[in-house]
Design a protein around this ligand. Structure first.
Ligand SMILES: Cc1cc2nc3c(=O)[nH]c(=O)nc-3n(C[C@H](O)[C@H](O)[C@H](O)COP(=O)(O)OP(=O)(O)OC[C@H]3O[C@@H](n4cnc5c(N)ncnc54)[C@H](O)[C@@H]3O)c2cc1C
Length: 416
């Protein structure tokens, strides 16, 4: 069923009784051309592009929970392509380009809002680093502007510019960055993939990977064995657990990241802002709630909830930037399990098992990557060769020493 103004009006006049489900609930078949483990944003986008771009429709997505139960429905919804390194920038820019046409393409309102992303700087050294990043972006044909203090003040009048410890000196601005309603992305890709024949199998946990004669032949699941010609892993925070079922040890650690939403307020931040003197980022949702987050909790975990010490740490950073937040009530918080790689950049690659493909290592930043990740992973699975914009995102870069260390922090997963 296509969504349109005409279908809205027609359904309104028939008491909204004729809407059909957005996707089917199929029983798993015994065999598929491709099985994808993980029905998060990346798994769903991969299935969608496999079907749409490569005509591979005999595909199953096997998801242990429900669509949107993982990080795709837990993130702070920010999208941008303001990266420095050539291994990352073309990939994230391709993702942003895909976001720009996504809603028309999959006929679903994902509330893509290009309201701009501002990275504040608070020292001369930080200004120089952001200038370098902005120049690198522009050399890749990506929009970037450097604002001075007054330029920032015009956009964000309620921030603290006279904080002696962390004075705001300016910001790097990417106007095409912004926010997208995260769970609508899962629903849109899921509905689009289902329409093209992909089976979305929810509440079906993969408990083992069968490897015979050096090839993956299928997955053991809570609903029985499902065979496949090609197996693709897109399990995000559980990547190392799932890969271990095939005997692979990944350069990934799992960490908790929390997000917070405040009570609804009148509009006062109409862009996305990141604090340069601490780890804090904030935007305001269309319902008026402030959506914000900060650092990882700092310990390895598979729990989808965090701890109080980090709540305090995140709020402190927020108050240093916007003291007025002290009067605002936080309504909700939750956690997600982050697949932190050793250099902070993702992996989209083949594995030593020839028909087993890997998509992981998204750290804090995999939501914005969802369209390009699905596009490039589908390309890899269908053609058995990397897509040009994801060529550097190889698994063996950690052994070869060719890291994509965007933050220059070395091999310490929790610092990326
Ligand atoms: C609090 C928070 C804030 C964030 N903010 C941002 C942001 O602002 N911008 C940004 O770009 N990124 C952000 N991220 C990161 C981003 O959400 C993730 O990198 C991205 O969603 C991961 O990809 P995914 O959507 O496929 O993951 P998921 O939605 O987690 O999908 C993985 C799926 O695999 C399933 N699975 C796992 N094991 C099995 C199994 N054995 N069998 C079957 N299924 C299995 C899980 O149930 C899950 O549904 C944030 C993350 C969090 C938690």
């Amino acid at each position: 069923m296509r969504y349109s103004v005409a279908s809205l009006i027609a359904n309104a006049f028939s008491g909204n009784r004729n809407w059909t489900p957005a996707w089917r609930e199929p029983e798993p078949k015994s065999r598929y051309d491709v099985v994808i483990v993980g029905g998060g944003g990346h798994g769903l986008a991969t299935a969608y592009y496999l079907a749409r771009e490569h005509g591979i429709r005999n595909v199953a997505i096997v998801e242990k929970g429900w669509l949107g139960s993982g990080n795709i429905g837990r993130n702070t919804t920010l999208i941008r392509s303001n990266y420095l390194l050539p291994g990352n920038e073309p990939f994230y820019e391709w993702s942003l380009k895909l976001w720009e046409g996504l809603e028309q393409e999959f006929n679903f309102n994902a509330m893509v809002s290009q309201r701009g992303v501002l990275n504040l700087y608070h020292s001369d050294a930080q200004r120089d680093a952001f200038t370098r990043r902005g120049n690198a972006m522009r050399m890749h044909g990506v929009d970037a502007e450097l604002l001075d203090r007054e330029g920032v003040r015009r956009m964000l009048p309620f921030f603290d510019y006279d904080n002696a410890r962390f004075p705001i000196m300016g910001a790097l601005l990417q106007r095409r960055g912004g926010t997208v309603r995260h769970d609508a992305v899962a629903w849109g890709y899921g509905r689009g993939a289902d329409e093209m024949g992909v089976d979305i199998i929810q509440h079906c946990e993969v408990t083992g990977i069968r490897v015979e004669n050096g090839r993956a032949t299928g997955v053991e699941t809570s609903r029985g064995f499902i065979g496949c010609d090609r197996l693709a892993l897109a399990a995000a925070g559980n990547s190392s657990v799932v890969a271990a079922m095939a005997g692979l040890r990944l350069p990934i650690e799992s960490h908790v990241l929390q997000a917070f939403v405040s009570e609804g307020l009148k509009p006062f931040i109409d862009t996305v802002v990141t604090f340069g003197a601490g780890h804090f980022y904030i935007s305001q949702s269309d319902k008026g709630g402030l959506v914000f987050g900060g650092d990882l909790d700092g310990y390895n975990s598979y729990a989808q909830r965090g701890n109080l010490a980090t709540v305090e740490h995140v709020f402190e950073a927020g108050l240093a930037m916007i003291p007025g937040l002290s009067r605002v009530k936080a309504l909700r918080s939750w956690g997600g399990v982050m697949d932190m790689s050793m250099d902070g950049s993702p992996i989209i690659d083949k594995t030593p098992i020839p028909n087993l493909y890997l998509n992981c290592g998204w750290c804090y930043g995999g939501f914005k990557a969802t369209p390009a990740s699905g596009w490039c992973f589908a390309h890899l699975i269908a053609r058995d060769e990397p897509h040009p914009v994801a060529r550097e995102m190889r698994l063996d870069r950690f052994a070869r020493g060719y890291l994509i260390d965007e933050n220059g922090r070395g091999a310490q997963a929790n610092l990326h």
